[in-house]
Ligand binder design. Sequence first.
Ligand SMILES: Cc1cc2nc3c(=O)[nH]c(=O)nc-3n(C[C@H](O)[C@H](O)[C@H](O)COP(=O)(O)O)c2cc1C
Length: 322
Amino acid sequence: MMEWTDRHCRFFHRLLTRRAHIYTEMITTAAVIHGDRARLLAYDPAEHPVALQLGGSEPMELAHCAKIAADLGYDEVNLNVGCPSDRVQHGRFGACLMAEPRLVGDCVAAMKASVKIAVTVKCRIGVDHQDGEGDLEQFTRVVQTAGVDALIVHARKAWLSGLSPRENREIPPLDYERVYRLKTAHPRLAIVLNGGVTDLAQSTSHLARVDGVMMGRTAYQEPWGLIDVDPFLFGLPARFLSPQAVAQALIPYIERELARGTRLNAITRHVLGLFRGMPGTRAFRRHLATEAIKPRAGIETLRAALALVSANEAALVQSSAA
Ligand SMILES: Cc1cc2nc3c(=O)[nH]c(=O)nc-3n(C[C@H](O)[C@H](O)[C@H](O)COP(=O)(O)O)c2cc1C
């Protein structure tokens, strides 16, 4: 998720679930080809399985970037056909590509021809007035014929003018039935549902109708919820018993990164929601928000923030015992 997630966030989320697929934020083909590639595409081996999401619409450029991703060891490359921002529309990619299924098909076919890793597409159920059942059906048929390995569908349409990207994630209504019907019509295509999923119970009920569920904002804002993914969906024991234990497990990674010159806040900003709904969470967030942004903030700042949560936990235990 652009401006929210990055490699530090992915490393942190991977501590919470071994098996969920993790996606990068969208990175444009221009940035991959002409930008600071080593920095943009860096990831930690612990992040697998990890997908690189690309923004672009030039088949040869996408094929080139897919090859770069595969050579770097990414497990999947995903094409963004869902982002409605103006900047993206001017570049003729993102959600506006829903109106050009044939071009998306060419992009998918070019990427498939250049790599062996999975090539997937993330789209909306429609854009503007091209949001009929037939439009999504035609889009899906074209990308399936081009060889797409999975289609991730954000279950709401996007208005390309008039709504901000944020409004386009909230105002157009969610229509899960459309995604279910798409799966019924394409039983051999892996369909992943996205949009408005806020807990594992909802995921489980969607999974009776589609092949996968993608979680965006809730995973970021309430990361501790991810701890249930392994036991509920993959039959594996949860990796940690408490958010404190996850935070402790992140410390060696943070120390490594601090030694490389990474600022503490670049990592701890992703952890602010870890104790959401628990005693001490406000003090934890406040401490990090004011202290971790300081240029020389070190690991002791995180330890002090964590002590605020433990202190609150201890107080709660004492008061309930009294
Ligand atoms: C800040 C922000 C940035 C986002 N950036 C991307 C992106 O880079 N690529 C993408 O496919 N979707 C992006 N999205 C959309 C989410 O992936 C997701 O489709 C949307 O939020 C709906 O799912 P949710 O209700 O689970 O959050 C972004 C969402 C937010 C809130």
